[in-house]
Design a protein around this ligand. Sequence first.
Ligand SMILES: [Mg+2]
Length: 257
Amino acid sequence: MEVNTSATQGASTPFDIDIPVATTAFFFDLDGTLADLAPTPDEVRLQPDTACALAALAKHSGRAMAVISGRAIVDVDHILAPLVVAVAGLHGAEIRNAAGVVTHSASRMADTAQVADMAAVLQALIDQHPGLLMENKGSALALHYRGAPELANVVRDTMRALADQHAHAFALQPGKLVFELRPRGVSKGGAIVTLMGEAPFAGRTPLFVGDDLTDETGFARVNEAGGITIKIGDGQTCARHRLPSPGALTTWLLTLQ
Ligand SMILES: [Mg+2]
C-alpha cells in the first residue's frame, strides 16, 4: 500500500484536479471531514455553507453522493437534515443505497446481550473516570477519551481486552481520541465497493474524503479503482491529496459547482 507520510504542508491539494461532477461518485466521511470535531459527538454540526455545497453537489452529480460514517444512519440523517443521501453507517455495517433501500451486514446483527455486557464493563470504567464518554450505537460501542486524554492507555487496554473476548463478532477500531468496537468483517472500503456496484455510482470515478484511521480502507479501495482520495488534516495516510480542514473541503466543494 502506498503511504503518504507527508504532513499537510507540501502535500498535493485537489484544487488543480479536474473533477467532472457528472461522472464522479462522491463519498464523504462526516466527523472531522464534512464537520469539525466537537467536545462530544452530539455537539457536531454541519456548517450552513457545507450543507449548501452538499445539496448542490448532490443535485449536480445526479445524487451520486454518499456519506460513509462510523455513526448510525439515523444519526447521519439527523446531522444532514433536510438533505437525504445514501449512507453507509457503523463503518459499513449498515448501508442505505441511493434508492433508499437499507441492508445490514450479517455481523451488524450483533448479539445484544454481548453489547450489553461490554457496555457494562465500559460503564464501570466511566464510573471511575467521569471524563470518559461511551457512545452505544446498538451494534457498535465507542469509548471517547477527548475529556481525559491522559487515559489513552487505560481506554486502549480495556477496549482491546473486550475486542479479544468478543473477537468472533467485534474488532477494535482506533480513531481520534476514541477506541471503538465495531462489527467484525465490515469496513468503509467495503461499503464504497458495495455502493460502486449500484446506480447511480456504478461506472463513475470514485472520490473519497476522510480524516481518520477508519477511512484508510476507503482510501485504499478508491486508489485501486483509479479514483481520487483526499485526507483532511495531518497524519500518515494512503490518500493521494490533502486539505487542512473541513472548512477547506467546503471551499473546494463550492468550486466544483
Ligand atoms: Mg472522521
